[in-house]
Design a protein around this ligand. Structure first.
Ligand code: ADP
Ligand code: MG
Ligand code: ZN
Length: 464
């Protein structure tokens, strides 16, 4: 098997999937002879930028283009470009040639007319990687565009390309390719390569590729190499390192059954398999969303989404994952003990959602408490990121004003929390880097003013 994504590189516009707006604009320009001097192709990797750039180079140089724009792929010009034998189509990867020298050499060479073809075409990939000097040199070239020369710049990160460059180019945005189109393409490849497949496997790969055809083809190739006879969902999950569906299912079932022992068993097996927690949780989310009609899975899905948020920056991901999952299972277990017999998991899930809705969390009660006692703390807490981790409460504050208020009153908050919830926990405050000491006078002054207004109690004890 050749490298599939090279073997299946589109050779004409017709074979480019999804990017219809790009194809339309370019084909019209070629037909009417109104080619732009410089294009900027922006978009995620593997969506067709380089492919379109090469097709465009053939299109303007083709000796007898089909319908006036589609490269024939048989004339001398087309063949020379396809085989990379021409000096008039120059591809440069800015990721490896960041230097000004290369761009200078373009500037020097640019003054010569194309040696053989009608148009000279420069394709500069990952253009955002150029150094500032190189950008300036490029800008000069774009400002005095030489005749019969087309620049095609491509980038996955247009926000890093200077505005001055962007404004000189016609910008074309390449979009992520939808999973169903990727699946059909993979199916086509399977047929052409005589590979047996399960459609479920192709669908899974398409979702994992997040809109990039190259990634989809490389993933598929790796899986096909690994699979003996047939590309199955199982081999796909195995190669991509995702959790087998059975593990996801037993995780969900043990939570819904309130079976903490079984749950711990599943979690340990996930750890032993070396599965990444975040990937596992993403599989749980995906599984739940596929079955969104089954009510029970909505709350599990939501639980997994929340857990992903919480675990994102945690070092002890696995321990937290284990505890939180066991805790979730416990919630369902307790429901089993209520007098009224429960008939289905769906009802159990509804019950949990109801309980969750009615019972305020300890943090919500704390914030509510401060509505009366100290509005500045109330506001600062509610604008911070709060996480109840069981034995400690994490408070992440983002602005200098909140920083100052919370710093001043952290001990009071810890004490009040204990009084309200009878839980004795450690508060961990994480402050944003900006402190008011490091701010200039102009910015500091209003903050200090606000602090003096809201620094203390603003309601006298017992109200007015
Ligand atoms: N829009 C598309 N239609 C069909 N195949 C595509 C498309 N985009 C990418 N591909 C496949 O992915 C490979 C790499 O695409 P490429 O044009 O180099 O992407 P980019 O330059 O945007 O990273 C191609 O050889 C082709 O197999
Ligand atoms: Mg490319
Ligand atoms: Zn041709």
């Amino acid at each position: 098997m050749d490298t599939l994504y090279l073997k299946y590189r589109p050779k004409k516009f017709e074979e480019i999937l999804w990017q219809d707006h790009v194809k339309l604009l370019i084909s019209n320009a070629v037909k009417s002879g109104k080619i732009s001097h410089s294009y900027l192709f922006s978009g995620p990797r593997g969506t067709g930028k380089t492919s379109v750039a090469r097709i465009l180079a053939k299109s303007v140089n083709c000796e007898h283009p089909v319908d006036g724009y589609e490269p024939c792929n048989t004339c001398d010009s087309c063949v020379e470009i396809d085989t990379g034998r021409t000096l008039d189509v120059i591809e440069m990867d800015a990721a490896s040639n960041r230097g000004i020298d290369e761009i200078r050499s373009i500037r020097d060479r640019v003054s010569y007319m194309p040696s053989k073809l009608k148009y000279k075409v420069y394709i500069i990939d990952e253009v955002h990687m150029l150094t500032r000097e190189a950008f300036n040199a490029l800008l000069k070239t774009l400002e005095e565009p030489p005749e019969k020369t087309i620049f095609i710049l491509a980038t996955t990160e247009i926000q890093k390309v200077p505005e001055t460059i962007i404004s000189r180019c016609q910008v074309l945005e390449f979009r992520r390719i939808p999973p169903n189109l990727i699946s059909s393409k993979l199916e086509e490849v399977c047929k052409a390569e005589n590979i047996e497949y399960e459609i479920k496997a192709l669908d899974h790969i398409s979702k994992e590729a997040s809109g990039g055809m190259r990634d989809a083809l490389s993933m598929f190739e790796e899986i096909a190499r690994f699979s003996n006879e047939k590309v199955t969902l199982e081999s796909t999950l195995f190669v991509l390192g995702n959790s087998p569906i059975e593990t996801v299912e037993s995780y969900i079932t043990s939570i819904l059954d309130g079976n903490v022992d079984a749950l711990i068993h599943v979690v340990d097996s996930i750890r032993n398999q070396g599965t990444d927690v975040m990937n596992f949780l993403r599989s749980v989310v995906e599984y739940s969303s596929d079955k969104i009609k089954e009510n029970g899975l909505i709350s599990i899905g939501k639980f997994a989404v929340d857990l992903i948020q919480i675990l994102r920056y945690e070092e002890k991901q696995f321990d937290l994952f284990k505890i939180m999952s066991a805790f979730e299972a416990l919630k369902y277990k307790n429901l089993e003990n209520v007098a009224q017999p429960l008939t289905s998991k769906t009802q159990q899930a509804e019950k949990v959602e109801k309980v969750e809705k009615e019972a305020k969390t300890d943090l919500e009660r704390l914030i509510e408490f401060y509505v009366q006692k100290d509005l500045s703390v109330c506001v600062s807490l509610s604008k911070s990121d709060l996480r109840d981790l069981g034995d400690r409460i994490l408070v992440i504050s983002y602005t200098p004003l909140q920083n100052e208020i919370l710093k001043e009153k952290d001990k009071m908050i810890t004490d009040d929390f204990k009084n309200i919830t009878s839980r004795s926990v450690r508060f961990a405050f994480a402050y944003s880097k900006v402190s008011i000491d490091s701010m200039n006078e102009k910015l500091r002054e209003p903050i200090i003013k606000v602090l003096s207004l809201f620094g203390g109690k603003i309601l006298p004890e017992g109200g007015e």
